[in-house]
Design a protein. Structure first.
Length: 198
């Protein structure tokens, strides 16, 4: 789509808005009608932000996320494009959210913050065991919600992007999992939301 000069940001966002069910409302009370109002006033960046925030009350298809990604890239909004790529991945593979507490350096934890945009790929103990009975640690990316980073010793909500999603399907809200860098535990967390793949 990006190579088609006939397609512009307003068209892409209008197509995405047309795909959102009219009864979808985000946590702030915004709806697709609000998105259309911003589009009518050429407030494309605000419309994109609102659209990307409407993903919480329905399961958008990947084509919807593709429209948002293309729009963000045309507007040179790299953070918005990164979030939309993450949302697209979750639409395919499912959602895993957790409340993560990083251990402080005094407790043997990290000395640097976790960057918030899905860059870090630590190991996780999700309850699986090897044939020898040892923890079978699995890799997952981290997206820190509502903050640019999570500092050592802090607690915050995170989204996890497992490299092997089927091995995480048993997780349910309330279950504990631990974060590792190597074998030592560097964070403890509780699952707060899960959803299966499409």
């Amino acid at each position: 789509m990006l190579n088609n000069p006939q397609v512009d940001v307003a068209d892409l966002l209008a197509q995405a808005a047309a795909m959102v069910p009219t009864d979808v409302v985000n946590e702030a009370g915004a709806t697709v009608a609000d998105v259309r109002e911003y589009l009518d006033h050429d407030e494309w960046e605000v419309a994109l932000d609102l659209l990307a925030d409407l993903d919480t009350s329905w399961r958008p298809p990947t084509a919807w996320w593709d429209l948002l990604i293309d729009s963000a890239e045309l507007m040179w909004l790299s953070d918005a494009a990164a979030w939309c790529r993450w949302g697209r991945w979750e639409s395919i593979h499912g959602i895993v959210r957790a409340e993560l507490r990083l251990l402080s350096p005094a407790e043997g934890g990290r000395r640097t913050p976790i960057p918030g945009k899905g860059i870090l790929r630590p190991l996780w103990d999700v309850g699986r065991r090897t044939a020898a009975g040892n923890p079978d640690l699995l890799v997952a990316r981290i997206w820190v919600e509502s903050a640019p980073a999570l500092p050592p010793g802090a607690t915050g909500s995170v989204r996890l992007g497992p490299l092997s999603p089927p091995l995480w399907r048993h997780l349910q809200p309330g279950m504990p999992i631990t974060m590792h860098e190597g074998r030592p535990t560097v964070g403890t967390s509780t699952i707060i939301e899960t959803s299966n793949a499409r």
